[in-house]
Design a protein around this ligand. Structure first.
Ligand code: F6P
Length: 374
């Protein structure tokens, strides 16, 4: 909502939180340059909010740095984030070691607001996924002028058609699946490729389609491996003695559980992973064929962003500054159709965007005869 009573902006701060995603540096560049065009100073907070909440960890004054044209020059093509990131730095549940070695979670949101005031920050651009945007929403409710920017390779944020990082992850996963076709075909094997994505199957579905997978297992559709084994057998009967199966890390058997690498801990969600190996072993048993599993994991978060992700990130960053200049706050910039525009954080924070079961992308997979494990 525009707030015409708010004082003029002179300084803004920028934070990147949660898992890194290709395109973060492009957002940093766009926000910095657009802010400078407005005549504002732009500060970058290191490692989520750690630069302000744990300044002692940084060289003097280095927890929060001024972003100059020189600092952001040429960074749009780089993966990672110039500012660093953390997914264990929620200021409302900040992990704080106790003397006995255990970890307490403390509400340090007021410390953060005080630190921002000391830095004379008038508004914040918070770049992140569901966790970071939830934090941004709560900070906005505490009176801070905040604009969120949606980031995640998982593409699971509601209110925006896409997040930056997703396209790069899908492009890399597709290339890996392309490469695995040859080994699978040469050795008459089943190869299972596990991809990230948390509880949404966007990466698995898009990479599986682009890479020509024969089966794709998504969190949105609890699977029955008998259906995948039947597909493998049918291909074998047609003389196609190999199969490629893409498994989302959050996929779940109809009779069973998600595969976890670790439980939720202070400030960090549960760690998903391992379903690919389970599927590979079970398919090997069910079909009698040689089966292997390849886990793409964090490889999907690395590398130079695709041109699509660079442009998306630049548009999101510039739109965030335009929103602030227009007096908007408590919003997230979102691609809603042709344009990037602000949507209320209240409408999107904490809401996951799953692959729609009635969408045309899933219908395409079905129409192509790709097995979805159902
Ligand atoms: O949200 C991005 C993501 O890469 C998920 O796909 C994955 O489940 C998670 O982050 C992994 O997080 P971490 O790097 O903390 O293990």
């Amino acid at each position: 909502m525009p707030d015409i009573a708010a004082p003029a902006i002179r300084r803004i701060a920028l934070t990147t939180g949660g898992g890194d995603a290709p395109g973060l540096n492009a957002v940093i560049q766009a926000v910095t340059r657009a802010a400078l065009q407005q005549g504002w100073t732009c500060l970058g907070i290191r490692d989520g909010y750690d630069g302000l909440l744990r300044p002692e960890r940084y060289r003097a004054g280095d927890g929060c740095v001024e972003l100059t044209p020189e600092r952001v020059d040429g960074i749009a093509a780089l993966g990672g984030t110039l500012l660093g990131s953390t997914n264990k730095g929620d200021p409302f549940a900040y992990p704080t070691p106790r003397p006995d070695g255990s970890v307490a979670t403390l509400d340090r949101s007021q410390d953060l607001l005080d630190a921002l005031a000391r830095e004379r920050v008038d508004a914040l651009v918070a770049v992140g996924g569901d966790g970071s945007l939830g934090i941004a929403h709560r900070l906005a409710q505490r009176g801070l002028r905040v604009v969120g920017v949606p980031k995640t390779i998982d593409n699971d944020l509601d209110g925006t058609v896409t997040t930056f990082g997703f396209d790069t992850a899908v492009a890399f996963a597709s290339e890996c699946i392309d490469r695995l076709h040859t080994t699978a075909a040469s050795h008459h094997r089943i190869i299972v490729v596990e991809v990230m994505g948390r509880y949404a199957g966007w990466i698995a579905l898009h990479a599986g389609l682009a890479g020509g997978a024969h089966a794709i297992l998504l969190p949105e559709l609890p699977f029955d491996l008998a259906a995948v084994a039947a597909l493998v057998a049918a291909r074998e009967a047609r003389g196609q003695a190999y199969s490629l199966v893409v498994v989302a890390e959050g996929a779940c058997p109809r009779e069973g559980h998600r595969a976890l690498l670790g439980p939720a801990e202070a400030g960090h969600a549960e760690r998903l992973g391992g379903m690919g190996e389970q599927v590979s072993q079970a398919l090997g048993r069910l079909t009698g064929k040689d089966a292997r599993c390849v886990v793409l994991g964090h490889l999907l978060r690395g590398g130079s962003p695709t041109a699509f992700d660079r442009v998306a990130a630049l548009r999101f960053g510039a739109a965030a500054v335009r929103a602030l200049a227009a007096g908007q706050q408590g919003v997230m910039v979102a691609l809603t159709g042709r344009d990037v525009q602000p949507v209320p954080l209240a409408d999107v924070a904490g809401r996951m965007k799953a692959v729609p079961l009635d969408g045309d992308t899933l219908a395409t997979a079905r129409d192509l005869g790709i097995c979805l494990g159902v």
